[in-house]
Design a protein around this ligand. Sequence first.
Ligand code: MN
Length: 138
Amino acid sequence: MQTKRNISYDWQNNTVLIAEDADMNFLLLKSFLLKTKINIIWANNGKIAVDIFLENNNIDLILMDMQMPILNGYEATKKIKEIDSKIPIIAQTAFAMSGEKEKILDIGCDDYVSKPINRIELLKKMDYYINRKINHNI
Ligand code: MN
């Protein structure tokens, strides 16, 4: 039997859009995802995330930082969900504001992870949405 820590994911046919303005946070997420072989696209603000989403039909999942310049995660999520209401969006935030969880779900995010991000929790949540999409398409 595998321990939780040893679960290995194979997402080489999947693509995640990571919206994150802080280089170090992006690099950390990238390192968390390295072994899964998932394709990663990086947007360092919400506007770029929306623009990339409009032009790319292969994105399976979005990790959305809520605090970003130019267009924040709330506005970017609203716009992306208007384009495709089915795309899974997992918010990432430090939960510095009160009522933030409710706000994140109200705006249309499917789920959230709190910063500092726990790798196992993140991969588990991503796995849920990636597999839900695969099953949905059969
Ligand atoms: Mn940020």
